[in-house]
Design a protein around this ligand. Structure first.
Ligand code: C2E
Ligand code: CA
Ligand code: CA
Length: 896
């Protein structure tokens, strides 16, 4: 108490004397700021009067209409002589050129860019302008400009009059004032820009144009813009802590800051404070020394207790963070001790029976036996255990994953005294692992195993078949028409189909009773896109039976996938094609197995979809042959091994009116390869694009040549265009370019399109056809009747001709159904205003029948085989004898 009393009195004395010192300094700085404000106001008053007198004089001369520059300059000089502290008075015209006053020059200096000029020009009522410090236009020294507006007699702007204070002179004036050590004076313009700043130590200008104000200054000025006092450490200048007083001139808006160093002022106070402090401290120290001795002993003891408590706490916290609960099981007393975190993991409280065995609920029948085995090994062999298992929390029945450890505690004699261990809650880690697993091995859309997992299961299945000598099968399932669905209705609908297919596949494999022999390892997986795989790992050891079973499963799948789909608003009927390959052991490589199934699937697709095909070695050969043909085809194109043949198109009377252009390939070894063999390969590989372009160019050049021969000039040429070629972005340009390059008449060119073109984007197809139609090109719908004929589309396509497919023509006489179709096509053509041509006319009887149906034009072996150009030209000149069978002409390609 005594200590406190002494210290408090000391502190109060010091506080009071400190306050007095502060008040004293503030009064001094306030006084000085006030007198400086008055001084500068006085200076500006006189300056204002001088400027006003001058503007009056100039105004007077302007009014009289007789402006005498010399007299104005003299007037200004007289003002200057009266006010020696002012810089030269100069006046400008309304454009800002300084033209009056001492030292005006020719060419004139312009002040049009100066802030004062702009402000005074724009404000007729502006009084005295007090600006910020600038570098003089003429003498390049720092000046503080003061200006007034000159108004013409009509009040309009007539220029400015400007003078300056030289900063050096203001500084010299301020230097007369005696400042305390650490004192400072600042003069700032209306916009806060520094005009000058001097301190007792440094009388030079510090950082001109510095607008920054310390935070306390800003606060004080916000509270009272006119005058005030604050303390600041003058951070932007010299880091001296001062009491500042400021005053803003209400007339001219400049501000004066006067500062006095607190440190200096407090020097005396500090000396007093020292003495008082020393006395008080001495007293306090002695008293404290006694107390300290007593305290020390007590504190030692407290610290030890605290450390124990805190380490216990942090152990608890760490356990909670790690979700690590601990337990001790005393082997002698058979008593359990468990930590709070352990209770939290199991969701139990203190009142639960101590004996954990009575409520510990392990999920899975084997778990309890395993735990008992672990404990036995621990006790008998001293082997610590460590395993993961699932528990069911007795409080709410929820399941958690835990990691359990246990080891023996030995007493001083080396005998086992207890089991100590931990339970850690690893549910979240397990969930994360599960997610990662799901991402890595399962298809995100369908939830089926992905390619990676499938390959792994296949590897296991193959290894198992080689051990067990049984057969397995891989079924590769590809959805027919998936692309059409996707392109027409968008990916969302496509995704819906894929998910539904996955669901049906899974259900199909699970339904063991319907599928003859479903095994636990049967797996459905998604390879990507619309390709799925079913792996049947164990089909028994009889090849025949295994094949039969794989077929049953495949057919079951086809049936299930062939049922209608309701995809959002869309009803879809989808089919699939399945390729199957059997395996036993590791005769084939893993990837080869998929390739085999893929080949078989492709063949199934080519054979008309919605079917199952088993892989055979010949398929591989065919695939190889195809690959080698593709290479040859590429080379053939480079080496110019292609030709075209022309097959005549004739009227009922036998006049040749044109020809179909048919591509031929002269293979260096195989001779002429028929288009049926190379066109599909060209389409698949994209080579159809250069090939088609070449055929088009050749046909156009031929038309151009014929146009110069009167008897050939009327012939038309029909060029086959495949879907891929037609849909290529450049197709329209390509046709137009071929016509332009060759100079052929577009009206003689006809493009043969098939209905397969319409499968993709009908609107786009129609748009393209219309562009070409506008250019004069004609269109024939090839193989009509075999595809996807929709009357709605037919009406909208800008067609000229329908071409009855040769399959109908072939059987018109034998098959009444085909005869009816042929008739309908002719009638349809007529009703739509289209020509009708029949292709593949081989016999006079067929021709006769078609003529009776009123078909216009014919094409077929009856008239002519496809011919090389010269042979065709001969035929065209002489015409066909329609009653005679066409002569077999040398060089014509016979269909394969
Ligand atoms: P396509 O457009 O249906 O062509 C008519 C096919 O029928 C030609 O076969 C022709 O030789 C054959 N043919 C003509 N008259 C008769 C007949 O009386 N009886 C029989 N059975 N067949 C007859 P080719 O020349 O083998 O062409 C086959 C297919 O290859 C063509 O079928 C066409 O789709 C395609 N093709 C031919 N050249 C080209 C081409 O330059 N570009 C495109 N994209 N495809 C072409
Ligand atoms: Ca054709
Ligand atoms: Ca055809």
């Amino acid at each position: 108490m005594a200590i406190l009393g002494v210290v408090a009195t000391g502190a109060l004395v010091l506080l009071y004397s400190r306050q007095q010192t502060q008040i004293r300094i503030a009064t001094t700085t306030q006084g000085m700021a006030k007198s400086l404000e008055l001084t500068f106001e006085g200076l500006l008053d006189t300056t204002n009067i001088a400027l006003q007198a001058s503007t009056d004089e100039i105004g007077r001369q302007l009014a009289s209409g007789k402006v005498d520059a010399g007299s104005i300059t003299r007037f200004l000089e007289r003002q200057n002589d009266r006010l020696p502290y002012l810089g030269s008075l100069r006046a400008s015209n309304e454009r800002g050129d300084l033209i009056y006053g001492r030292g005006v020059r020719n060419p004139t200096v312009s002040v049009a860019d100066r802030d004062y000029f702009i402000r005074l020009r724009d404000d007729p009522n502006a009084g005295l302008y007090v600006g910020s410090v600038v570098t003089g236009h003429t003498d390049r020294i720092l000046v503080w400009p003061i200006a007034r507006r000159i108004s013409k007699p009509d009040g309009s702007f007539g220029g400015v009059i400007v003078t300056t204070f030289h900063i050096a002179e203001i500084n010299a004036m301020l230097a007369q004032i005696t400042l305390d050590r650490g004192g400072s004076i600042e003069l700032r313009g209306p916009d806060m820009a520094m005009i000058t700043r001097i301190t007792a130590n440094d009388r030079s200008v510090v950082k001109l144009w510095d607008h920054r104000l310390s935070a306390p200054a800003q606060e004080a000025m916000q509270a009272n813009p006119r005058e005030g006092t604050y303390v600041s450490d003058s951070r932007f200048a010299d880091h001296v802590t001062r009491i500042y007083s400021y005053r803003r001139s209400p007339k001219y808006r400049f501000i004066v800051f006067v500062g006095n160093s607190l440190d200096d002022a407090f020097t005396e106070w500090r000396r007093q404070a020292w003495i008082v402090g020393a006395l008080v401290s001495a007293f306090v120290l002695v008293t404290l020394a006694f107390c300290a001795l007593i305290l020390r002993a007590w504190r030692r003891q407290e610290q030890t207790l605290g450390a124990i408590r805190s380490s216990e706490l942090s152990l608890n916290e760490a356990q909670q963070i790690a979700r690590l609960g601990s337990y001790v099981y005393d082997l002698q007393t058979r008593q359990w001790t468990r930590s709070e975190t352990l209770e939290r993991i199991f969701g139990i409280d203190r009142d639960y029976p101590r004996d954990m065995e009575s409520w510990l609920d392990l999920v899975g029948t084997q778990s309890r036996a395993q735990v008992q085995a672990h404990v036995r090994r621990l006790v008998e062999q001293h082997r610590p255990f460590d395993f993961e298992c699932r528990i069911r929390r007795p409080c709410d029945g929820t399941e958690r994953w835990v990691h359990c450890t246990g080891r023996l505690r030995l007493d001083e004699h080396g005998n086992a005294s207890a089991i100590v261990g931990t339970y850690q809650d690893i549910t979240e880690r397990k969930a994360a692992e599960e997610t990662i697993n799901q991402l890595a091995f399962f298809d995100q859309l369908t939830g089926l195993p992905n390619r990676t997992l499938l390959l792994d299961r296949m590897r296991q299945a193959m290894a198992a078949t080689s051990r067990g000598n049984h057969f397995g099968a891989v079924l590769l399932i590809d959805l027919d028409r998936f692309k059409v669905l996707n392109d027409t209705y968008g990916h969302e609908v496509g995704d819906l189909l894929l998910s539904e297919v996955a669901r049906r596949l899974t259900a199909c494999l699970r339904a063991g009773d319907t599928v003859a022999r479903s095994v636990a390892g049967d797996t459905a997986a998604r390879l990507g896109g619309d390709e799925f795989v079913v792996l049947l790992p164990d089909l028994g050891d009889d090849r025949q039976a295994a094949g039969a079973h794989a077929r049953t499963v495949s057919e079951k799948i086809l049936a299930v996938l062939g049922q209608g789909y309701q995809l959002a608003q869309i009803e879809f009927v989808g089919t699939a094609s399945i390729g199957v390959t059997l395996f036993q052991g590791q005769q084939a490589a893993l990837e080869d197995l998929l390739k085999q199934a893929d080949l078989a699937m492709y063949r199934a697709k080519a054979d008309g979809r919605n079917g199952v095909l088993f892989f055979e070695a010949t398929m591989e050969e065919a695939a190889l042959r195809r690959a080698s043909l593709e290479g040859d085809l590429r080379r053939g194109l480079d080496e110019g091994r292609f030709l075209v043949h022309y097959q005549a198109q004739v009227t009922a009377e036998g006049h040749v009116i044109g020809a179909e252009v048919l591509a031929r390939w002269q293979h260096p070894q195989k001779g002429i390869v028929p288009p049926a063999e190379f066109i599909p390969i060209a389409e698949e590989s994209g080579l159809i694009l250069p090939l088609g372009a070449w055929v088009l160019d050749t046909a156009c050049m031929q038309l151009a040549r014929w146009s110069r021969q009167p008897e050939m000039a009327a012939l038309t040429l029909a060029v086959n265009v495949s879907a891929r070629q037609f849909h290529h972005a450049d197709f329209v340009d390509q046709v137009v370019a071929a016509l332009r390059k060759s100079g052929a008449d577009p009206a003689r060119l006809k493009l043969e399109l098939t209905e397969s073109l319409l499968v993709n984007d009908v609107e786009e197809t129609i748009a393209r056809m219309n562009v070409l139609r506008a250019a004069g090109v004609g269109f024939s719908l090839d193989d009509f009747g075999t595809g996807y004929s929709s009357l709605t589309y037919l009406k909208r396509l800008p067609l000229d001709q329908l071409k009855i497919d040769r399959s109908f023509v072939h059987d018109v006489l034998a098959n009444p159904h085909d005869a009816a179709i042929a008739k309908i096509i002719v009638a349809l053509g007529q009703s739509l205003g289209l020509d009708v041509i029949a292709e593949g006319v081989e016999t006079p009887a067929q021709r006769q029948f078609l003529a009776e149906c009123r078909c216009d034009v014919y094409q077929g072996y009856l008239f002519s085989h496809p011919l090389p150009p010269e042979a065709f030209e001969r035929l065209a000149r002489q015409g066909c004898d329609v009653l005679r069978t066409a002569p077999a002409i040398q060089g014509a390609a016979q269909p394969a």
